[in-house]
Design a protein around this ligand. Structure first.
Ligand code: NIG
Ligand code: FE
Length: 412
């Protein structure tokens, strides 16, 4: 049994209540055993049965639930720095894609890479993410776009779940783009997804969720519906890349099909916002993608006023969001989505957990939750996000064990 002392502010957070309700406890303490939280609250109220727990002094930092990056495209071959330069010269993301670049360029590099090579590359990113306080990551396929290479990406996630400590929730995104060899027979690709890939992914338990990119140039609403209904019938949870570059109705479809989340949403219609709020579908905002594509940011105030829950994630991928810095995404959500630090903390912990179906076990420091937490070098989250540094995370714990931080300083 272990406990934290010297905590200036402990953010217990929790799945219920308004977006900004984070249950901040001054001079708090946290007790855990074997990967589970036993107790959290003011240090002065520590029940006597926990007084014998070995104590770890945080030295006045704040403690938050482990951050959850609920939207990434973690596994990919190569990078696209050349396209970054082209976009700065005025070419649009869609123009680059139409000329054979964009997602297709990463598909070529991902197909050419071996599973071990992809896993080693993703593991480096995960270790950096852990250092930032991230303990759980949703990760999509979508750069294989054929049976062999989609499964290869999902196998990489399975391998990483066994070989490193950051927990990965895999999502099948075979419907990221129609691959070049199918552009003249789109239905054949959708048949392949519905008749072969989704059944294999579902039977082999390789993904929890199925995602579709609904956008001009990607998949239509009708195509998306067919793919998602197939996935739902096979027991996969649903997600949609919706209304990112234009108003396409993806948010409304997410609500209608009971998707756990819809993502991007910069162009979602007011009617679809209401539908998502009523359905309890989480609105995942991806401000790093808005930053890099110089697109509008999610109008978070409008979403929150509508009654929707807003998550914040990185969208880490080699094109629209080549950064896995979740605290940076949180800062951008404060500055450009007009969210408070408390709202973004909940957006990247408990609400992010909800976006991957884990809100009753992850993203909170209440008793019974998994002991995933980060110790931040700031007295509170206002100071943390305001005084932005490369990394303010001193230590990260996953299932009660240190996964980032100096072992001699942080071992209990
Ligand atoms: O979420 N919108 C679609 N997919 C990714 C971008 C993928 C890429 O550019 O490689 C996104 O932004
Ligand atoms: Fe994405």
């Amino acid at each position: 049994m272990q406990r934290l002392t010297g905590v200036k502010t402990l953010y217990r957070v929790g799945p219920d209540g308004p977006q900004g309700e984070v249950d901040a406890i001054a001079d708090g303490t946290l007790v855990w055993r074997e990967g589970k939280i036993l107790w959290s609250g003011p240090a002065s109220e520590l029940p006597p049965e926990y007084a014998a727990a070995s104590a770890l002094d945080t030295g006045g930092g704040c403690v938050i639930p482990g951050l959850i990056d609920c939207h990434t495209h973690l596994c990919f071959g190569g990078w696209r720095g050349d396209e970054f330069a082209m976009r700065l010269e005025g070419k649009s993301y869609q123009e680059i894609q139409a000329a054979g670049g964009g997602i297709n360029s990463t598909v070529r590099k991902t197909r050419a890479a071996g599973g071990n090579e992809l896993a080693d590359k993703a593991a480096l990113a995960l270790s950096d993410m852990a250092a930032l306080g991230v303990t759980t990551v949703e990760a999509k396929s979508g750069y294989g776009l054929n049976l062999e290479d989609e499964l290869k990406q999902l196998e990489v996630y399975r391998q990483l779940n066994a070989s490193q400590p950051v927990e990965i929730l895999p999502t099948f995104l075979g419907a990221h783009l129609v691959p070049p060899d199918y552009v003249d027979r789109r239905d054949a690709y959708i048949d392949l997804l519905c008749h072969e890939l989704i059944p294999q992914v579902a039977t082999r338990g390789l993904a929890r969720f199925c995602d579709v990119f609904i956008e001009d140039g990607a998949f239509s609403l009708t195509e998306g519906r067919r793919i998602l209904e197939t996935a739902k019938a096979q027991g996969l949870g649903l997600k949609i890349h919706a209304d990112q570059l234009s108003t396409g109705g993806g948010a409304g479809l997410a609500a209608e099909l009971g998707a756990v989340s819809a993502e991007h949403l910069e162009y979602a219609s007011p009617g679809d916002m209401i539908a998502m709020a009523e359905a309890g579908t989480v609105a995942v905002s991806l401000p790093i993608a808005s930053l890099y594509l110089q697109e509008p940011y999610l109008p978070a105030r409008q979403w929150i006023e509508t009654g929707a829950r807003v998550a914040v994630a990185t969208d880490f991928n080699p094109g629209s969001a080549p950064s896995y810095h979740l605290p940076l995404a949180m800062l951008l959500a404060c500055l450009n989505q007009r969210m408070s630090p408390a709202e973004v903390l909940k957006a990247a912990t408990s609400i992010a957990a909800r976006a991957i179906g884990l809100e009753s076990t992850h993203g909170s420091l209440a008793p019974g939750y998994q002991a995933d937490f980060a110790i931040i070098d700031a007295p509170d989250i206002n100071h943390w996000l305001y005084h932005f540094r490369g990394n303010a995370c001193l230590a990260t714990f996953k299932r009660g064990r240190l996964i980032h931080g100096q072992p001699e300083r942080w071992s209990v």
